[in-house]
Design a protein around this ligand. Structure first.
Ligand SMILES: *Cc1c(COP(=O)(O)O)cnc(C)c1O
Length: 431
């Protein structure tokens, strides 16, 4: 063994703040040393010490096919040989746009960008530009990337404006951001009563994956749509995580099944559509998208937007997940995991609840499924942290914080899931 995770972490911390290029990788919530990954294959990742882990993060969602899927690797290799980046349009961008539009009813045009942050920020600008309004609502516990106006925590009391979550974000910049508790119809109605005609949009993670796994309730989503329509505010679905992950048509298709006539106005995608490459998108009706430059007054641009290698990777990924039976099989594996976790916890007398949709799941050391961020944060974090490390020791890589969702890939076999459940039984017994 040439090096250790600890040695790499120490070296990393000398040249990279906290040793990581994105905070949650640092294991601050759970403690301990982050694993430095050297390679990945199917459902597994391998660290610098040669230890293998069954991966339930999948790069935080994108790796829905598992790592190194042959069709994706082939597409990327062929694209690389044709050139890395042109700064000019390509046919592949049209193909990816067409593929997204075909899968998500309501999206008539998309613009490709390089990260979910960029897509969320641009969707907000588009909604503001199209409505001529400044204020908007977001929900506590929903993450829409790290653009200034979206880095806001809830103020005290209902229908108050929030305050910055991060140093470096002036209060002036977030004074138009209204933060409400998730799944709270009364708070939503109060906010629309007070500010309805000033609201450009409401941005929501319809199945939230950044406060563990929490669904918007059907009555809440129904009322949200009614209020947006009544007040001329756009409903923005941030499906960076849930898109092409909880179902082929994303969470939007889930709510369309549950609420007759339901449709969001603006859509934000990322993660799965890049298949592990930096790629994201936002989309809407043609009428709304016409507001964007070069057609309209809302400026938005990007040197590497629609990158030819990233679009090849995303297209190859979408092609695989569109095959008949893909989501049924993925959902069944994911259910096998969460049902197995619940049953193992029950046998060990450990209170645990879980939920899943498609290839995304969550579990809580709690007696019922939380409906909002505040409740998620009251679940048993000490127990979660012990469980996380017990699983890591046993070669299972779960998200290193209790407020993160988990992901199963199509490369996870029933044998992988069963091995994870066997590890969980030992871990629960050791709690
Ligand atoms: C990951 C995520 C983002 C941000 O995407 P990045 O590519 O990390 O910038 C935005 N919204 C949601 C719902 C996400 O899960």
């Amino acid at each position: 063994m040439s090096t250790t995770n600890q040695a790499l972490f120490e070296r990393a911390q000398r040249v990279i703040p906290g040793g990581v290029n994105s905070p949650v990788r640092a294991f601050r919530a759970v403690g301990g040393t982050p694993r430095f990954i050297t390679r990945a294959e199917g459902p597994y990742i391998f660290d610098a010490e040669g230890k293998r882990y069954t991966d339930y993060i999948g790069s935080w969602g994108p790796m829905i096919l598992g790592h190194g899927h042959p069709a994706v690797v082939d597409a990327v290799q062929r694209a690389l040989l044709d050139g890395f980046s042109f700064g000019a349009p390509t046919e592949r961008e049209i193909e990816l746009a067409e593929a997204i539009i075909a899968l998500v009813p309501g999206v008539e045009q998309v613009r490709l960008v390089s990260s979910g942050t960029e897509a969320g920020m641009s969707a907000l600008r588009l909604a503001r530009g199209a409505t001529g309004r400044s204020k908007f609502i977001k929900f506590e516990g929903c993450y829409h990337g790290h653009a200034d106006p979206l880095l806001v925590k809830a103020g005290s009391g209902l229908a108050t404006f929030g305050f910055p979550t991060s140093a470096g974000v002036p209060e002036d910049v977030v004074k138009h951001t209204l933060v409400l508790p998730y799944n709270d119809i009364a708070a939503l109605e109060a906010a629309f009563d007070a500010h309805g005609k000033e609201l450009a949009c409401v941005m929501i993670e319809p199945i939230a994956g950044n406060m563990n796994f929490v669904r918007a309730s059907v009555p809440f989503m129904t009322r949200l749509r009614e209020l947006c329509t009544a007040h001329g505010a756009m409903l923005v679905f941030d499906e960076v995580m849930s898109g092409f992950r909880v179902a082929l048509g994303g969470a939007h298709s889930v709510y369309q099944r549950l609420i007759p006539g339901f449709k969001a106005d603006v859509f934000v995608f990322g993660k799965v559509i890049g298949g592990g490459m930096p790629l994201a998108a936002f989309g809407a009706s043609r009428e709304v998208m016409r507001q964007l430059a070069p057609l309209g007054p809302v400026y938005q641009a990007g040197t590497l937007s629609g990158n030819p290698v990233a679009t090849a990777c995303g297209l190859a990924t979408l092609k695989e997940i569109t095959k008949p039976g893909f989501f049924e099989a993925l959902a069944a594996q994911t259910r096998r995991l969460v049902e197995g976790l619940e049953s193992a916890a029950r046998d060990a007398g450990v209170p645990l609840v879980s939920d899943s949709e498609g290839g995304m799941f969550g579990f809580f050391f709690f007696n019922q499924l939380p409906q909002n961020y505040a409740t998620v944060m009251t679940t048993d974090s000490a127990r979660f942290n012990r469980f996380f490390h017990a699983m890591l020791d046993r070669g299972v890589y779960l998200a290193p914080a209790l407020y993160e969702a988990g992901f199963v890939s199509a490369a996870h076999t029933p044998t992988d899931i069963d091995a994870t459940l066997a590890a969980a039984r030992e871990a629960f017994a050791a709690l």
